[in-house]
Design a protein around this ligand. Structure first.
Ligand code: PHB
Length: 390
């Protein structure tokens, strides 16, 4: 009799344990964050990770009754690795969302997996226009190169820059930057003297810069990915291109806040167009930059950090709106159309294209409190990705 009661109680205990276990699983919301923590874009991985952790520290790790679990994976900036990690995160970890994606080829390689598994995929960094076309489950919180380039091609001819040579990294975002900058400059009566492309990995800028010196345009327009700008700046100055009367312009990737302050006074006056500057003068941005620096004393947040921070906002809010019900499709629906004040300025996720719509700022490198910053001096409001109209 006693034994039976005991067995019964033991069985109940086991049952309730497994019930607790499955409730615990149901109550977890997993974010698989794939970042380039090593390799070519390691600085971007570091920035995004810091921003994502800051967002979670500020907003807690429970949303709609679910406990957020962040699973960070390093893809070494290699697209094949990104794809394999995404597969593992979907199949083994059963993540609710994929996020991160440092370079365009990594996002492209993963897109079919997002579609097959109906997993929303938040692109926080990669910026080739066509990425959002690669899967209906992709939402982007970074920017697009056409978005950033067109504003500069409108500014340049009005400011004495008519003849331009372009120099871009030879892959998706570089080709987008070249195409949209050149088209718009021509439309505005400017002239493209030459368009040069350098390899993404291990580029030697020297022969290209020599060529630019010989052509002697009014300006050199540059796109290189985040982390590569300092090398271009160094060689540009070492070769005395500025003294030869050639201005350096580009998308803000080249005067990346992660590196800018170490580029030296030679960077002063460089004009770029971009969606985020650590010097953006708003209360929301001051709060973000102060908190970021407090948590990471040796770092200044750059546009990569911004993409990660806002990406987390989009995920948290989608979970809140969908109440954790309805899986990937409900989550995706709740991401579309989100509109909010980001530290970068106002932004929204276009419900049709799932791409980010935001202000693009014209900025000039200036010294503020003894440090180099991209100081905004003009703005083009609510810019949609011009790549989508093509
Ligand atoms: C990209 O690969 O899409 C990419 C990477 C770094 C940037 C911009 C675009 O700064």
């Amino acid at each position: 009799m006693h034994k039976r009661i005991f067995l019964h109680a033991a069985a109940l205990a086991v049952a309730s344990l497994s019930a607790t276990h499955s409730i615990a699983q149901d109550n977890t919301f997993k974010i698989g964050l794939i970042l380039p923590m090593t390799g070519l874009l390691a600085s971007s991985g570091r920035q995004i990770e810091a921003a994502v952790k800051l967002y979670m520290a500020q907003n807690g790790d429970t949303v709609a009754g679910k406990k957020i679990q962040l699973i960070i994976k390093d893809d070494n900036t290699l697209p094949d690795v990104t794809k394999r990690l995404a597969q593992e995160l979907i199949v083994n970890d059963k993540v609710n969302v994929l996020a991160g994606f440092g370079i365009t080829p990594s996002a492209m390689a993963t897109a079919p997996l997002a579609t097959q598994s109906k997993t929303p995929m938040v692109v926080m960094a990669a910026a080739t226009s066509s990425i959002t076309l690669a899967s209906p489950y992709i939402v982007r919180t970074s920017f697009t190169l056409p978005q950033a380039s067109v504003a500069l091609a409108d500014w340049a001819p009005k400011n004495g820059i008519k003849k331009v040579v372009t120099l871009v990294s030879d892959y998706g975002p570089g080709i987008d930057a070249e195409k949209f900058f050149n088209q718009r400059l021509l439309l505005n009566g400017g002239q493209v003297m030459e368009s040069l492309r350098v390899p993404l990995r291990g580029p030697d800028f020297a022969p290209f810069l020599q060529k630019v010196r010989d052509i002697k345009p009014d300006a050199l327009f540059v796109f290189v990915p985040s982390g590569a700008g300092a090398a271009v700046m160094k060689q540009f100055l070492e070769r005395g291109m500025d003294k030869a009367g050639i201005k350096l312009i580009g998308t803000g990737d080249i005067t990346d806040d992660d590196q800018l302050n170490d580029m030296g006074d030679g960077a002063l006056g460089v004009v770029t167009s971009h969606h985020y500057s650590a010097a953006h003068p708003s209360a929301a941005n001051k709060k973000f930059v102060d908190a970021f620096k407090k948590a990471n004393p040796t770092m200044r947040p750059n546009f990569m950090a911004m993409g990660g921070y806002d990406g987390m906002r989009v995920i948290y809010e989608a979970l809140r709106i969908s109440k954790g019900q309805g899986g990937g499709d409900a989550l995706l629906a709740a991401m579309k159309g989100q509109i909010f004040e980001s530290p970068r300025g106002p932004m929204y996720i276009d419900a049709q294209t799932r791409d980010v719509v935001q202000n693009i700022y014209l900025r000039k490198v200036e010294k503020k409190d003894g440090q180099l910053y991209n100081v905004e001096f003009d703005v083009v409001k609510d810019v949609k990705d011009p790549g989508k109209a093509q």
